[in-house]
Design a protein around this ligand. Structure first.
Ligand code: ZN
Ligand code: MN
Length: 510
């Protein structure tokens, strides 16, 4: 009888970097375009062509490694990994074998984003290796160790058309990649997906990748097996490597399917665990199944050798510290700081930090704001709605953070009502004029003059005998409607606070 089991997952993420040129030649590094228009003898691997390491490539590698808490090698080199496949014209890939650029890092997954089953007291299938203070859920993380990050070039792209023809586009070959290899520290499909999401966010923040999954900027291979406890004994199922998962959804679904398949296989047709071999699989998204590509018996020897055309090289302390300094504040640190500094909710902070550009924009606005929560609300409720509708980001805006701060301050200081605030916002988005200018031009001022408002209140009461009668009969919800009438009479300028007080007082008397 199987008593319990634990899912064990390790990931290898290939991530394309945004350097100007390809890894070892001067071809432009970008996505798409006419096939075979960005190729040269080096990236095509023509005999005699000499590769040269792009400086930007190593720089970005150091930035990425630092952001993922790795140590950086002071001495490193490139190697050749041999295999034969049509998308690899050279017959080998330039990669790093035994001395990766970065080693021994980690990524902390925020505890609050983990699935319910990973919580303490939940199912005990999950590992509970947490860093931080166990008493405060905000400070709790699940740590996933990063074994290594190495540099390697991407290969070309195979296109299969009409089910008949296969083409190869070599534009992508030689594109600089980092490969991030983790320890088997993830214990659920959701954790594996969250890991990829967290890495994507961090590497975007530090500006080394576009992280665009649709364009294949990040691809994940998941190594998965189970630890099973049966009749007091512990077993391990054979490891499957599921290749090329290119969305969070695919990672989650593929790992969930494979875990279930391995458990069924363990129960029905037990295979001995052999740590030296694994099944290589693909994910069939259409049928929702993992598909065996290579079985554990077909071990591949890559015949690694040192890349003879690139001299092993050392990195100076200056080079490393200069690039490590580019990392700056990481998204999770920023979230914690914004929560503490401004008392914003998890949800608001999550949205405001969803991109570095938006977070920076918000912080600029917050700097000049008297009421930061109000400023956050204008950005979250009004500004993002407009941006979403236009499919734009803050970088497309004509207005500046100063505009939002001014608008927020005018409302915080009761210079204008929130209704007027909406009008100012609309006008500001249209014309990019500063709120102070719009308020002046439109003659918007809040009327807090008690005498004037009292007159509006009296008029409204006199004009609406039926509503007053309803009120006296206990229909207190007419107050809201009456307030609306008072605001209308004042042209939206009455101070809502004063108007409410006066209306209530007059209703008592009526
Ligand atoms: Zn090239
Ligand atoms: Mn690789």
């Amino acid at each position: 009888m199987v008593e319990k089991y634990r899912i064990v997952i390790g990931c290898e993420i290939h991530c394309q970097l945004t350097t100007k040129t390809k890894a070892f030649c001067a071809c432009e590094n970008k996505y798409g375009g006419m096939p075979d228009t960005r190729v040269c003898p080096v990236c095509l691997g023509l005999p005699g062509a000499m590769p040269r390491v792009s400086k930007g490539y190593v720089e970005m590698g150091v930035v990425a490694g630092t952001a993922l808490n790795c140590g950086i090698s002071r001495f490193t080199k490139f190697d050749r990994k041999h295999y034969f496949y049509p998308d690899l014209a050279k017959g080998y890939q330039i990669t790093q074998y035994d001395i990766p650029l970065c080693k021994d890092g980690f990524v902390d997954l925020p505890y609050i984003k983990l699935p319910q089953t990973s919580q303490p007291g939940g199912e005990n299938y999950y590992d509970k290796t947490f860093a931080g203070d166990n008493n405060n859920i905000d400070n709790m993380y699940k740590r996933v160790r990063v074994e290594r990050i190495h540099l390697e070039e991407d290969v070309g792209k195979s296109l299969h058309l009409e089910g008949k023809y296969s083409y190869i586009d070599y534009n992508r070959c030689g594109t600089p990649l980092i490969e991030i290899v983790t320890k088997p520290d993830m214990n659920s499909p959701e954790e594996a997906a969250l890991f990829m999401e967290t890495v994507q966010e961090i590497l975007r923040y530090v500006g080394v990748t576009n992280g665009n999954l649709e364009e294949g900027n990040m691809r994940c291979d998941a190594n998965i097996n189970l630890t099973v406890w049966e009749d007091g004994k512990e077993y391990h199922t054979p490891i499957s490597e599921i290749k090329n998962l290119n969305s969070f959804r695919a990672i989650k679904d593929a790992c969930a399917y494979e875990a279930k398949r391995q458990l069924d296989e363990f129960i029905n047709d037990r295979q001995p665990f052999d740590p030296g071999f694994k099944n290589t699989m693909g994910w069939d998204e259409v049928n929702g199944k993992t598909v065996v590509q290579r079985t554990k018996n077909s071990f591949v020897d890559y015949r690694f050798v040192v890349e003879p055309d690139i001299k092993p090289f050392s990195l100076s302390e200056e080079f490393i510290s200069e690039n490590a300094a580019k990392v700056g504040e990481l998204p999770e640190q920023k979230r914690q700081r914004l929560k503490k500094e401004f008392g914003l909710s998890d949800f608001d902070v999550e949205t405001l930090t969803s991109s570095k550009a938006l977070a920076t924009w918000f912080e600029e606005a917050a700097k000049d704001s008297k009421d930061v929560k109000k400023t956050a609300n204008i950005i979250l409720a009004e500004l993002l709605a407009v941006l979403n509708e236009k499919e734009q980001t803050v970088t497309d805006l004509e207005i500046t953070p100063k505009h939002i701060a001014e608008l927020s301050n005018a409302m915080a200081e009761n210079k204008i009502t929130s209704k007027q605030g909406k009008d100012v916002f609309a006008e500001m988005m249209e014309t990019a004029k500063l709120p102070s200018k719009i308020i002046e031009e439109k003659g918007m001022v809040v009327v807090s003059d008690t005498g004037a408002i009292e007159n509006f209140v009296k008029e409204v009461i006199a004009e609406n005998p039926k509503a007053i009668a309803d009120y006296k009969n206990g229909k207190t919800n007419v107050v809201g409607w009456l307030m609306g009438q008072v605001m209308k009479k004042s042209g939206g300028k009455a101070s809502p606070k004063t108007a409410t007080e006066l209306l209530k007082a007059e209703l008592e008397k009526a």
